[in-house]
Design a protein. Structure first.
Length: 309
């Protein structure tokens, strides 16, 4: 089986094209898929043990010890929801509460669990759902019954807890693919390009400062008290006007801001001049119309634009 890039080692590094191309096509496809779609959460089902495993799966020094990720408390909550809803996972004598940190159990490197969290903002659990590594076909209905409520309750917990909302641009009213962070937790989730919706999983019953940001816009933050139910929180970000310029995002055919290579920089002075000329022409038109003028010279003015590629 081809491995993903080492998640722990890649936490502070960019992915080079050379390293990426060493992976099998199927692995590269999954890596691209996770980065593009911005999944909220996922689970990988394994056999051979009965436990809910959460990040990190490895340590920086390759030692076997507890090594929690920035969202350790949230992952423990998710794993506990699954274990407590299971037929007998939480009764495990080997794993307290039926959950375990991956690096504390046994370190592995290049797994999908850490990759999803780092590069996709996706909260993935590795679920060991049967003590039998290779169960027989006749055993599958029993395994399903033992795990059915766990799967359903885990999904329900993702919807009924956390903070959810959308990010909009104040000037256009359109959704934008910004990022959402929780103060004190060094990780972020990204909103979708199409709808600007985000879904941030956090432990209920605590106070949080939620921050939204995007290149070209002023960041915003607000404080919430997350009860046992999910919180709905939308952000409206103001365009960032700096150095006499206003950054405008180019929209593709789907109406989604693409940023980066298709970002236009419009000189603010030219923009105001353009508006002034339009107002003058409109006034002249109304005056001439009242006097019965039959013709009106129409002037077209286009502001000069510089394109950042």
């Amino acid at each position: 089986m081809d491995l993903f890039l080492d998640g722990v080692a890649m936490q502070t590094k960019l992915i080079s094209t050379e390293i990426f191309l060493t992976k099998q096509p199927e692995t590269r496809a999954i890596m691209n898929w996770v980065k593009q779609e911005h999944f909220t959460a996922s689970a990988s089902l394994h056999g051979g043990a009965l436990v809910a495993n959460y990040p990190w799966d490895g340590t920086r020094d390759t030692s076997k010890r507890y090594y929690g990720c920035p969202d350790d408390k949230t992952f423990r909550h998710m794993a506990s929801v699954y274990s407590q809803s299971h037929y007998n996972m939480s009764l495990s004598k080997e794993f307290e509460g039926g959950i375990t940190n991956g690096a504390f159990w046994y370190p592995i490197y290049g797994g999908m669990q850490d990759w999803n969290y780092i590069h996709g903002g996706c909260f993935e659990l590795t679920l060991e759902i049967s003590d039998t590594k290779w169960p027989k076909a006749v055993e599958l209905p029993i395994i399903w019954e033992h795990n059915r409520m766990s799967m359903l309750n885990l999904l329900a917990s993702l919807i009924k807890s956390g903070v959810h909302g959308r990010i909009f641009a104040a000037d256009t009213g359109r959704p934008i693919p910004g990022s959402v962070m929780i103060k004190g937790i060094d990780s972020k989730v990204r909103a979708s390009r199409a709808f600007g919706d985000y879904h941030r999983i956090i432990v209920p019953g605590e106070k949080y400062e939620v921050m939204a940001s995007m290149e070209g816009f002023r960041p915003k933050s607000t404080h919430i008290v997350l009860e046992q139910e999910a919180a709905n929180l939308d952000f409206i970000l103001e365009p960032d006007r700096a150095d006499g310029q206003m950054k405008l995002l180019y929209n593709d055919d789907n109406g989604c801001p693409c940023g980066n290579s298709k970002m236009f920089h419009v000189q603010e002075a030219h923009l105001w001049l353009y508006l002034l000329v339009v107002c003058v022409l409109l006034t002249l038109y109304l005056v001439f119309k009242r006097k019965g003028a039959s013709k009106l010279l129409t002037y077209k003015y286009s502001p000069r634009r510089s394109v950042a590629v």
